[in-house]
Design a protein around this ligand. Structure first.
Ligand code: ZN
Length: 267
């Protein structure tokens, strides 16, 4: 699998005049299984960059896009209305996630919030409720529950003997949901996990549904993960905060890396 990070920030796209190594866009991760086979994890503003890149390279294929949503909070869906392929009538897009997909987008992309109603977009958009393992291309994709307000889905993706786990927007619960996350991360070659909060912030952000780098390292160790990607950076953390988070995580788990926009990882 080839993994490409299009957006690694959480909550809201950020812009800073200071140097910003980690990027500004909200979650979007592309996973390629071959030249033409790929899935997309989340539709944050990183999806807009991905769509632009496809058009710049005249790379629009007839294969449907397959987008797996973790949940419907703004930072995970905001790129969809500005994803250029939605305006192409020859394009098909399958959106996987919780069962209310149609209802959510139909009530989000509506006057006065957006000029084109969801149902009138030229692309053929198909909502798929995913509540158990599915096979797509030659991959097996298994959804599982995370701990986040209004719920969130993680995905375990198995392909050619390799395992990738995407677990954004989750907070430790020291119980059932931690066990679900550990079980689904078992033996993963790559774990991409929410690391939004510093330990100091976590103390007054209980119930916000996010983790720290220490939580990520705990899961990675317990699940025997090979590589850890710290993801969903707080939009107000500048480079120094994220680099410090990465350095501290490396001391506890050597194969820790902070996600940045345009990061490419072979799994
Ligand atoms: Zn988020």
């Amino acid at each position: 699998m080839k993994v490409l990070i299009w957006g690694a920030r959480g909550s809201v796209p950020c812009f800073s005049k200071r140097k910003n190594h980690f990027g500004t866009n909200t979650p979007c991760v592309e996973v390629k299984f071959s030249k033409t086979e790929r899935i997309i994890l989340d539709a944050g503003t990183g999806l807009v960059s991905m769509g632009n890149s496809i058009f710049e390279k005249s790379n629009l294929s007839t294969e449907p896009f397959n987008i797996f949503l973790s949940h419907f909070h703004w930072d995970h869906i905001q790129g969809l209305p500005f994803f250029k392929p939605v305006f192409q009538k020859e394009v098909s897009i399958n959106i996987y996630g919780k069962e209310e997909i149609d209802k959510v987008f139909s009530s989000q992309m509506i006057t006065p919030f957006y000029p084109v109603p969801f149902g009138n977009l030229p692309a053929k958009i198909n909502a798929v409720h995913v509540d158990s393992s599915i096979s797509l291309f030659s991959a097996k994709i298994t959804p599982f529950q995370l701990n986040h307000p209004q719920g969130c889905i993680g995905y375990r993706i198995e392909h050619n003997g390799k395992i990738l786990v995407y677990a954004t927007d989750t907070e430790p619960d020291e119980g059932k949901l931690d066990k679900i996350l550990i079980d689904h991360s078992k033996g993963a070659d790559l774990l991409i996990m929410d690391s939004n909060n510093t330990p100091e912030e976590a103390a007054f952000r209980k119930g916000w549904g996010h983790s720290t780098y220490i939580d990520c390292v705990n899961i990675a160790n317990k699940a025997d993960v090979k590589r850890l990607i710290l993801f969903h950076h707080d939009p107000f953390h500048d480079d120094s905060v994220v680099f410090e988070k990465e350095a501290k995580a490396k001391r506890l788990f050597r194969n820790s890396f902070a996600a940045f926009e345009d990061m490419q990882i072979d799994v």
